[in-house]
Design a protein around this ligand. Structure first.
Ligand code: B1M
Length: 229
């Protein structure tokens, strides 16, 4: 067996090497390895937030950058996001049980009425989760009533809408108008995205942000909450 083929025993690595290896494994979409690495760090007494931020979120940041720069494509990003979710599956219950844990913020997100495209919206949701947001995903074909119910239930900081069809984009304006009528608009930010949208459209419907891609959207969401300087 050559050195290159040598199997890396995660538990034999020191903390720094392990974090580095986990970020590489996350980039490569290796779900069992990322999950195992997460468990090892937790077993070594690492704080769950540190594991999340230093290993998983930081690893996902590299993925997001390479996706934005055209080095990675949708299948690889989905694999990486699933690997991150493997680790997050171990961390989520610990964070949920801790009193002082505050998420970065809360987002309600959905693909708007009439539209069943969800790959981009799912990526945005995963990137938001990677950035520490609690994400409530309403799925596809989401009408105002569903958004309204979710807003009442979750009181999000941000409402996110996705559309891939020129025929469904205008429904975003309907949701924003209904939010205004219901007196909800001033309490939360609205972000929108999808291949046919642009900044001009987002401005026209009075959204607070337009997300060109998933990585940009997660950063934008943090900026809207004043978390980026
Ligand atoms: Co459809 N489709 N499709 N389709 N489809 C498009 C959108 C289309 C451009 C293809 C084409 O004709 N060239 C065209 C729309 C034309 C138009 O409106 N002008 C089209 C059409 C016409 C249709 C149907 C009407 C076809 C038919 O039945 N005759 C039909 C519509 C059904 C419906 O929705 N009612 C339909 C169906 C489908 C499939 C079901 C087969 C499938 C969807 C599967 C799924 O999503 N689960 C599908 C697909 C895959 C596509 C294309 C090929 C790819 C879309 C995609 O997933 N891209 C698409 C062509 C294209 O866009 N090149 C096409 C990858 C994804 C990562 O990118 O979604 O842009 P995207 O998301 C990005 C950003 O936009 C942004 O971040 C994401 C990640 O970087 N983003 C956000 C997205 N949402 C965001 C939200 C945010 C922020 C950023 O904040 C909340």
């Amino acid at each position: 067996m050559s050195d290159q083929d040598a199997e890396i025993i995660l538990k034999d690595l020191d903390d720094n090497e392990l974090v580095q290896q986990m970020q590489d494994d996350l980039y490569d979409g290796m779900i069992p390895e990322v999950t195992e690495g997460t468990q090892i760090l937790l077993d070594r007494g690492w704080d769950a937030n540190m594991v999340l931020n230093d290993a998983l979120v930081e690893g996902m940041r590299f993925v997001g950058e390479d996706f934005r720069d055209g080095i990675l494509f949708v299948p690889e990003v989905l694999s990486a996001a699933n690997a991150m979710k493997g680790g997050m599956g171990l961390i989520r219950p610990i964070l949920a049980a801790s009193d002082d844990q505050k998420s970065t913020g809360t987002v309600v997100i959905g693909t708007v009425k009439g539209d069943i495209h969800d790959i981009g919206k799912n990526l945005v949701g995963m990137m938001l989760e990677g950035a520490g947001f609690e994400v409530f995903d309403l799925g596809i074909n989401t009408d105002w009533d569903e958004f309204h119910r979710a807003i009442d239930t979750h009181e999000p900081d941000i409402v996110g809408m996705s559309a891939l069809l020129t025929t469904t984009m205008p429904y975003m304006a309907v949701v924003i108008e209904e939010m205004e009528k219901a007196g909800l608009r001033k309490d939360m930010s609205i972000i929108c995205g999808g291949a046919p949208l642009n900044q001009e459209f987002a401005d026209a419907i009075k959204a607070d942000g337009y997300g060109r891609d998933a990585a940009v959207s997660a950063e934008m969401a943090k900026t809207l909450l004043g978390l980026n300087r």
